[in-house]
Design a protein around this ligand. Structure first.
Ligand code: ASP
Ligand code: MG
Length: 601
């Protein structure tokens, strides 16, 4: 087959239409018009569609009526039909408009995945057939959300996976832009369905979006943003109901000097706390390895240094519907280690604020804690990253808590600015570069950007803090008032009565931080303060951390086998941090670099 070079150099756009944008025949025709218009403007066009409306939910309901635990392979066989209906109808719509369109299933395109049914990962995508069809003047309509494994079993990518199909196709085809058409007109400071006062943001960075998307901002499947970041695909989120520009997700977003750019709620979390975990190397790994084996997505993981040096508490969160699996997974480790799982709290939600500006500016965490305390909101777990602070709160107050922080950081007062359809420069990788990056790796394999060792900090722990609103606020207000910059904050949840709060500060600030913490301990009747001047903080950051439960586990494994004990752990979507003794810093760094050698970019 000859490839028409003239056509191949035409701009290429991928347009993805979500379920609401193809919910009925009129909407399918409207979407088809957008695709044809884009083609008439001189673009090659690939359209990716989701199942119509709530069709996927309907199919799931049907499956559950027949079998409470339907075999995953058959689930994929069933669910993939939703997208197949959409592609066929879209192709007919395009034909009715006088343009040429060809529909393709994931298998027909050559979207190869692993075999983990209902949450498969893309290994590779062939481009020949799509390119040939495009060069022949067709609009190619690709079924989202699906692929095939090596044995041609149909797989699906997990709920919301069509976004990922779209960005992945954009990456391998070297598309100039990936447009995600949806029922909202862009990315908001928080989910406008939860808070109507949310404001549209014109540009947002990949990292911010990663923290937001998987934190529950709900606009995009987080793995699609990971692809965007990994392959430098500008993602344009916009409304299918209008032609106005929406929000661009790009590498270096212009944020107009805002410290916090978004807030998010993850509603249906469950919190597990394991107490009396022996404070010895390797214990943590024993607990999390079987959880990872079951592919349970662990969200927050927090662990605090033990005050007594004997045992620690680990708290972590998982999706509510995976509680039974998680309990089953950890049972063996609990017995072996002699630790105890506290009653699972499945009534918690996570509230987070995110912003690139936080990396340099202090005062975000304490402001958030103060306002939540004033609103009477208690925090069960706290974890931070350089650009995020998250607190786990009771579900009944979650929306109020979100509203409080959203307004505290003026996210409800962003002035609308005119959007632009223009991507500043074409930043997408060339197909050669994509292939280069893929060499030896599956598309969704983990990429580690960085493994860093910071041995300039100290650790301060306030122990047995009464579990009520206001202690964290007071602690971090006092510490901030003393001019101390707090880096990592970790609060684990030992019981409903008490929690431990640990945080790190620069070594120069150590004495002042300890003194302030002691004052707060006295004021609130906590057990006391324990501390360690010489610690090392190890961070692993990169793309795919969230969906690769394996990163944290890999860290625990490497450090455990190197005989290194963990004093504290916290996690975010783009970073996992652990604190070890200062004397073990270099050895820990070496162990981690070895562990992740094949994923280091
Ligand atoms: N139809 C699938 C779902 O509802 C995939 C998607 O819409 O992105 O999850
Ligand atoms: Mg979706």
């Amino acid at each position: 087959m000859s490839i028409n070079r003239a056509n191949s150099s035409m701009p290429l756009v991928v347009q993805k239409f979500g379920g609401t944008s193809v919910a009925d025949s009129q909407k399918i025709l409207a979407a088809a018009r957008k695709a044809v218009r884009a083609q008439q403007r001189g673009n090659q066009v690939v359209v990716v569609v989701s199942a119509m409306g709530k069709n996927t939910d309907t199919l799931i309901g049907l499956a559950n009526e027949i079998n409470e635990r339907p075999p995953a392979r058959e689930m994929d066989m069933l669910l993939s039909t939703g997208e197949q209906v959409s592609v066929a109808l879209m192709a007919m719509a395009i034909d009715s408009l006088g343009a040429k369109g060809v529909s393709l299933t994931g298998g027909q395109i050559g979207i190869k995945t692993d075999s983990s049914h209902t949450k498969a990962r893309i290994n590779s995508i062939s481009t020949e057939r799509v390119k040939a069809l495009l060069d022949d003047g067709n609009i190619v309509i690709a079924a989202g959300f699906q692929g095939v494994d090596d044995n041609l079993n149909i797989t699906t990518l997990g709920r919301g996976g069509s976004d990922t199909t779209a960005v992945a196709l954009a990456a391998v085809l070297g598309a100039d832009q990936c447009e995600i058409y949806t029922d909202v007109d862009g990315v908001y400071t928080t989910d406008p369905r939860v808070l109507p006062e949310a404001c549209l943001v014109r540009q947002v960075g990949y990292d911010e979006m990663l923290e937001l998307a998987s934190l529950g901002a709900g606009v995009l499947h987080s793995r699609s943003v990971e692809f965007g970041k990994k392959f430098n695909v500008p993602i344009h989120v916009r409304s299918s109901l209008s032609d106005v520009p929406g929000s661009l997700i790009v590498d270096d977003a212009e944020t107009a000097g805002m410290v916090v750019s978004g807030a998010a709620l993850t509603k249906d979390e469950a919190m597990l706390s394991i107490v009396n975990v022996p404070d010895v190397p390797g214990a943590i790994h024993k607990i999390f390895a079987p959880i990872a084996d079951k592919k349970i997505t662990v969200d927050m993981i927090v662990q605090n240094a033990s005050a007594n040096g004997e045992s620690t508490t680990i708290s972590f969160t998982i999706p509510k519907d995976e509680i039974d699996d998680a309990k089953e997974a950890v049972a063996g480790a609990l017995e072996e280690l002699g630790c105890e799982l506290m009653p699972v709290n499945d009534n918690v939600s996570k509230v987070s604020v995110v912003g690139m500006g936080m990396a340099e500016k202090s005062g975000v965490a304490n402001r958030m804690f103060r306002r939540l305390a004033e609103g009477g909101v208690n925090m069960n777990i706290i974890t931070t990253s350089e650009i995020k602070v998250s607190a786990l709160v009771s579900r009944e107050v979650a929306r109020d808590a979100l509203r409080i922080v959203h307004s505290e950081f003026d996210l409800d007062k962003i002035e609308p600015t005119p959007g632009t359809e223009e991507v500043k420069e074409r930043t997408a990788l060339s197909p050669e570069e994509v292939i280069e990056r893929l060499r030896g790796l599956g598309m969704e394999d983990l990429t580690i950007d960085e493994i860093t060792l910071d041995d300039t900090q100290s650790l301060v722990i306030l122990t047995k803090v009464p579990n009520k609103p206001g202690v964290a606020a007071e602690l971090f207000d006092q510490v901030a008032a003393a001019g101390v910059f707090v880096d990592m904050i970790v609060q684990s949840h030992a019981s409903d009565d008490v929690a431990d709060i640990a945080f790190t500060v620069g070594r120069d600030d150590f004495d002042r931080a300890v003194a302030k913490t002691q004052a707060v301990s006295d004021q609130f009747g906590c057990e006391g303060v324990s501390s360690k001047r010489e610690i090392a903080k190890l961070s692993v950051s990169g793309v795919g951390l969230r969906s690769h439960t394996g990163v944290a586990i890999g860290m625990f494994e490497a450090l455990g086998s190197a005989g290194i004990n963990l004093d504290a752990i916290n996690t975010s979507e783009v970073r996992v941090n652990v604190i070890v003794d200062g004397s073990a810093g270099k050895a820990a760094e070496k162990a981690l670099k070895q562990q992740f050698a094949s994923s280091l970019r």
